[in-house]
Design a protein around this ligand. Structure first.
Ligand code: ZN
Length: 423
């Protein structure tokens, strides 16, 4: 082994030492980090406006960009004001959730189906109501496809982002290495094609995220996409759903998916629940669906939450905060909420400790809630209520009293969870 080789090896070690001792190996300043985050966040938003593969069974043509998930004319239109609704959106600049106005032509769209297959959904697109079994199944399929497509787009994006991070990491290390080579009088060419295999905490997080997404997509494909596709094209009955029509208009359109994980025979099972809240004339259509193999779980879930109108309201508010941010609210309803509560609600969306089985603690729809209490008070049935019901009603009525202050879920926690900041 010659002297030069030994010396180069030492330089490599020194450079690696210096590199790994930096407080942040890859981002020198917090602006570097923010720049990387913002750039990728806007890329993520943009990838939803690019055509993808049509998800109609056995198609695979290029999709159009604006497939609606919730009907434009029936659902969203009913709660729109000046043809606009509000939706929650994560603002990468502030690191917070915010509410933004969106036109009903764009609300709830995703790159889902090609022109031809978008037509399959037009049977109810122009009707005000979703009426029969076939239409409900199409709606469930469409909701599923949005979730599926979103996860696939997210995976592409995460993989690309990991690649960019690796390049950045290599670039930073190369800078340090060249500095050391230079100081020892070596030419940069002495060390070419450097490979760096170093998993820092961000990479560890990215790898974990990618692995989980890949696994989820696989489950969704096998247990939901293929069986559901058969329902649509061959009339099989793999989609199991329950639809409830509520005789109140709850001014929100929502479409998303929640997951329940449970253990059976030492294996973890992930159940997907698909939910829709569709505003209709003076009523609300709620559809909850899953694969028929999970019928029992869905039945138990729904029978618990549909004991009363008020429970259904709680269910919908819980979905909005703990399950999906894919919802659209009537602007004036949001605007009339006290400012502190709006801030609290938005920050709670980021708190991912909660899921499909958790109840949300605050009221979003005060007017609907008040109306329901008017009915309850007029009926004056209190003598027949048991303790559980009475304490539930008390809790619900308290939601209408504004609190002095709220704990705001800190953005730093999110950044830590996402691996942007060290624990
Ligand atoms: Zn197609």
């Amino acid at each position: 082994m010659d002297e030069k080789y030994i010396k180069l090896n030492r330089i490599l070690d020194d450079a690696l030492d210096e590199f790994t001792q930096e407080t942040d190996e890859v981002f020198k300043t917090s602006n570097d980090r923010k720049g990387y985050m913002f750039k990728s966040a806007s890329e993520y938003e943009k990838s939803f406006q690019k055509p993808q593969k049509c998800l109609f069974p056995e198609c695979g043509s290029k999709s159009i960009v604006f497939s609606h998930t919730i009907q434009k004319n029936g659902g969203i239109h009913i709660i729109a004001e000046n043809n606009h609704v509000y939706r929650p959106i994560f603002n990468e600049k502030t690191g917070k959730m915010s509410i933004e106005s969106i036109g009903i032509n764009k609300a709830s769209t995703f790159p889902g189906f090609c022109k031809l297959h978008e037509g399959v959904f037009s049977v109810f697109e122009n009707k005000k109501e979703i009426a029969n079994d076939n239409e409900i199944k199409l709606q469930v399929f469409r909701t599923f496809c949005r979730e599926f497509q979103t996860k696939k787009i997210e995976l592409q994006y995460r993989e690309k982002r990991k690649g960019e991070y690796l390049n950045l990491q290599k670039q930073r290390f190369t800078d340090v290495l060249y500095k050391h080579l230079d100081a020892e009088g070596f030419d940069k060419k002495e060390l070419k094609d450097i490979k760096l295999d170093r998993t820092d905490y961000r990479l560890a997080y990215m790898k974990k995220e990618i692995k989980e997404l890949q696994e989820l997509i696989q489950v969704l494909k096998v247990k939901y996409y293929f069986p559901f596709s058969k329902d649509i094209t061959k009339g099989s009955e793999n989609i199991y759903y329950q639809a409830i029509k509520l005789a109140h208009l709850i001014p929100v359109g929502l479409s998303g998916a929640g997951y329940i994980t449970y253990e059976k025979n030492n294996r973890l099972n992930k159940v997907q629940l698909l939910m829709n809240v569709i505003p209709q004339e003076d009523s609300t259509l709620i559809i909850l669906a899953t694969n028929k193999a999970n019928k029992k779980i869905l039945d138990r879930y729904i029978s618990f939450y549909t004991q009363s109108f008020l429970m259904i309201l709680v269910l919908i508010e819980s979905w909005m905060i703990h399950v999906t941010d894919h919802w659209f609210i009537k602007p004036s309803v949001w605007d009339t909420l006290p400012e502190k509560r709006r801030e609290k609600i938005l920050s709670d969306i980021l708190d991912i400790k909660f899921g499909v089985l958790d109840k949300y603690k605050l009221s979003i729809f005060d007017e609907v809630r008040r109306l329901m209490f008017n009915v309850i008070d007029n009926e004056n049935n209190w003598a027949n209520f048991n303790d559980i019901t009475i304490s539930f009603l008390k809790e619900e009525r308290n939601k209408l009293i504004e609190e002095e202050t709220y704990d705001i879920f800190p953005t730093e926690d999110i950044l830590k969870i996402k691996g942007y900041l060290k624990e």
